[in-house]
Design a binder for this molecule. Structure first.
Ligand code: HEM
Length: 809
């Protein structure tokens, strides 16, 4: 918004000093001093730059004879309608400059700075660097003549201390690492954009939602929680789903997870939770795993964790891909419109490819075969133009509606069933660019729940309150001082102006002498935005200061039961298996018993299955913290099952292994490979070793993966073309059968062509399901072009219905 020029201000101008030759001379003399000044000021019209500046400074300061906003800083009504600050435009740039000498330019200084925004603000172009066709230099820009040898006194002599080139290189290397995040240390990032479907102006003034088709740039970081920076991607864990929106009105960070609830209700318990789940402090084990004593000791004493534990033990905790998991803001937020009216809101991200999971045994094996499994998947998909896409949806409700719910919407261990409040789609996010540099972008990005913009506000969720403090606080250490907002990936594209100054690693060079407000010497700038700025929603405070939670927070099991009861039989079996596995890793039986007693409040069936797997009896249910359990609004929520969200991806971007060896049917391989490519999948030729093999046609195929370098767990499906009879090399390799068995056990689709079905028999793979029906995921076909169509139709999902516990194969 333009600020008024000096002539427009309301003030009565003081009589300027008369512009006589004598006063002009005196003014020129006075203007050359920085420690005192004349009573009347310097007149205009001296023709002398320093004197003209003094006159302009005087005029600028004079234009603000008093602080016009002062009376408006007090009282209830004014607090509700903050006033825009006063600002005047100085008559010349010299007024707000630090120095008149700034007109002197150089290759380093560039041109004279205008009144402008810091360089880090805006596109990343100015900070991207590329050494193509450039020679090597030190950090001081000195060309390096030799990057192979340190400086020595003689070829066999001692290295010299004066070798500043060696010392700079080693010193920088010594300090390359920064502390990793205290949680969510392991992560992967991508750039993209958010596109708004339709204006939401009636409910929010938030910039990304003001017009149909409006595009807002985003940076997203997905992460695991417990593991260290170098830990495996496929640990059983919650996944972080953090989105930074670079909006016209500043950065908005939606720092969510792939599960809609959390373990605890109050930030006071967060350090306890994290200490419990991290490796145990005495021996620092286990890495990236909740399957140990301290975690289960803690959560079994915290019944409010039970609902989250159901999610953590479910397949949600071992996603197939970051591209195939939901995201949730978790807390209840507030949308606020231009009239200051609020609507309560929960945020949901829904992946276009649907929600899909790994099998637990597969996840364990992948962690050895490719600890970067999810990072690679995200990177490769974006490189291939298979841009991950998610729809943003909101659940909108009023305070009055929330009052009536059986649960408290300020309690982060509760979700709002979609059957109670539907999710309305409001836009889509597409991730279409990999970062240029992992450290500069993915490692240095700093998300924070406190980063909200006008139109989005908090609620009193006591977990959220702690987060609002925690992120910036931890980043002060992680990123080394208070100026990390200037790191290019963190800088907004909206202009940044305030009077914060200095601190470690400050990048911006602020012009002028004004770093306070109110001021008149800087024309009052930067002035407060008033109602155009962020105005906190004026939520009334209703009670005494105290430590505690409302009664509704004391109900701990209803939604855990809702979640379990809403899962498919296969998902329920996986949950039981996960509890069994994790609790079997606990070494203290009393902790197991306590947890079983908690599960008895969720589902007698689940508790019995887990107890059976642990060789224990189900104990008496844990006493409840609430005398009268409220009645839930819904007792089944189909939306909570991953199977309700298959997505529209099919085999797109999924990986398939086509087994090849000398003698393979070349025509079949070609047909299958082309069909998979046409369907958007990623087929690879898998040999006993990488390299050439000769087909039955006499031509050569080049296997680009091998049984030894890429185990079957890294593929979504497997195809054995006909020719097994001839492919003695494959038949002789025991790993071929292991491969087939694993694919089958992990419920992936198999395509076996021609005489290769003998391999199925050898692997003892049944073509029928446990209930006797035909297994649609085992396609045994004659004609390759027909069979591949049936296979592609079956291979976009897992065939959990074939699972038995213990596995048949
Ligand atoms: C009181 C509770 C919580 C506290 C104190 C807390 C604190 C933290 C801290 C200190 C970090 C590291 C930040 C950094 O170094 O940049 C972090 C990261 C993160 N937290 Fe929380 N957290 C809490 C709860 C949650 C919840 C409920 C969610 C999900 C809704 C969540 C999602 C995340 C995500 C996604 C990251 C990683 C951000 C990134 O990718 O850089 N946290 N949290």
């Amino acid at each position: 918004m333009p600020i008024p020029r000096i002539e427009n201000t309301h003030m009565a101008r003081r009589k300027p000093s008369s512009s006589t030759p004598a006063s002009r001379t005196a003014g020129r003399a006075a203007a050359r001093n920085t420690d005192s000044g004349s009573a009347r000021g310097v007149p205009k019209g001296t023709g002398d730059r320093i004197a003209e500046r003094a006159a302009d400074v005087e005029a600028t300061a004079e234009a603000m004879p008093f602080n016009a906003n002062k009376p408006l800083e007090y009282g209830y009504d004014n607090a509700h309608a903050p006033q825009e600050g006063e600002g005047v435009e100085a008559p010349s740039d010299d007024v707000t400059a630090s120095s008149l000498s700034e007109v002197n330019t150089s290759d380093k200084l560039g041109t004279r700075a205008g009144n402008g925004d810091p360089v880090a603000v805006g596109p990343l172009d100015p900070v991207r660097t590329d050494a193509t066709a450039r020679r090597m230099t030190t950090n001081q820009g000195v060309p390096v003549s030799d990057n192979q040898h340190s400086l020595k006194a003689g070829l066999r002599g001692p290295a010299l201390l004066k070798d500043f080139i060696l010392r700079e290189k080693i010193t920088h290397f010594d300090h390359e690492r920064i502390p990793e995040r205290i949680v969510h240390a392991r992560g992967s990032g991508a750039h993209g954009f958010f596109e708004c479907y339709a204006p939401l102006t009636d409910i929010t003034r938030a910039a990304p939602f003001q017009a149909k088709g409006k595009i807002t740039p985003v940076f997203v970081r997905f992460s695991t929680v417990a593991g260290e920076r170098g830990s495996k991607d496929t640990a059983r864990d919650v996944r972080g789903f953090a989105v930074k929106f670079y909006t016209d009105e500043g950065n908005w960070d939606l720092v969510g997870n792939n599960m809609p609830v959390f373990f605890i209700q109050d930030a006071m318990k967060f350090p306890d939770l994290v200490h419990a789940v991290k490796p145990e402090p005495h021996h620092q084990m286990p890495q990236a795993a909740s399957a140990h004593d301290t975690f289960w000791d803690f959560v079994s004493l915290m019944p409010e964790s039970t609902h989250m534990l159901m999610w953590l033990m479910s397949d949600r905790a071992i996603p197939r891909s970051y591209r195939m998991m939901q995201g949730f803001g978790v807390h209840t937020f507030r949308f606020v419109n231009a009239q200051g009216e609020a609507t309560l809101c929960k945020f949901h991200w829904t992946p276009k490819l649907g929600t899909h999971a790994l099998a637990w045994e597969e996840a364990v094996k992948i962690s050895g075969a490719d600890p970067d499994f999810h990072r690679r998947d995200l990177w490769e998909a974006i490189e291939a133009g298979e841009y991950p896409e998610y729809e943003l949806g909101v659940q909108l409700f009023t305070e009055e509606e929330a009052e009536r719910y059986s649960f408290d919407i300020l309690d982060s261990t509760k979700l709002i069933p979609e059957e109670l409040v539907p999710v309305q789609p409001i836009g889509r996010m597409v991730l279409n660019r990999n970062p240029d540099n992992f450290f500069a972008e993915t490692e240095q990005v700093a998300f924070c729940t406190a980063h909200v913009i006008p139109g989005i506000d908090f609620t009193n969720d006591p977990l959220l309150a702690g987060r609002i403090h925690s992120y910036v606080d931890t980043q002060l250490t992680r990123l080394g001082g208070p100026n990390f907002h200037e790191i290019p990936i963190n800088a907004p594209i909206a202009p940044v102006h305030n009077n914060q100054r200095d601190g470690l690693h400050r990048q911006a060079i602020h012009r002028g002498r004004v770093s306070y407000e109110p001021n008149s010497l800087g024309g009052g700038c930067p002035f407060q935005a008033g109602s155009a700025g962020f105005v906190s929603f004026p939520e009334p405070v209703t009670q005494d200061e105290l430590r505690g939670h409302p009664e509704k927070f004391a109900e701990h099991y209803n939604q855990a039961t809702l979640f379990f009861d809403s899962q498919s039989p296969a998902e329920q079996a996986h949950i039981a298996g996960a509890f069994r596995f994790e609790l079997s890793k606990v070494t203290v039986p009393a902790v197991r018993a306590r947890m079983l007693a908690g599960l008895a409040n969720v589902s007698a069936d689940l508790a019995a299955q887990v107890a059976d797997g642990l060789g224990m009896e189900v104990p008496e249910p844990l006493p409840r913290a609430i005398a009268k359990v409220p009645q839930s609004e819904v007792d089944a929520s189909p939306a909570l099952s991953m199977l309700a969200r298959p997505g529209d991806g099919g085999v797109r971007s999924r990986k398939f292994a086509i087994l090849v060896a000398d003698g393979v049917n070349g025509q079949t391989v070609e047909t299958v490979q082309r069909a998979l490519l046409d369907a958007g999948a990623v087929p690879r030729l898998m040999g006993v070793r990488i390299g050439p093999c000769v087909t039955d046609r006499g031509d050569t195929l080049d296997a680009d993966v091998s049984l030894e370098n890429e185990p079957g767990v890294l593929f979504d499906g497997m195809i054995v073309p006909d020719g097994a009879d001839r492919m003695g090399e494959l038949r002789m390799d025991a790993r071929t059968l292991d491969y087939l068995k694993e694919q089958y056990r992990h419920c992936k689709a198999l395509l076996i062509l021609g005489d290769s079905d003998a391999l199925l028999d050898a692997a003892r793979i049944p073509a029928t399901l446990p209930d006797g029906g035909q297994d649609p995921g085992v396609v045994v076909g004659g004609n390759a072009s027909k069979a591949i169509d049936a296979y592609i139709a079956a291979a976009g999902r897992r065939h959990w219905e074939r699972e038995t516990d213990p596995p048949r194969v």
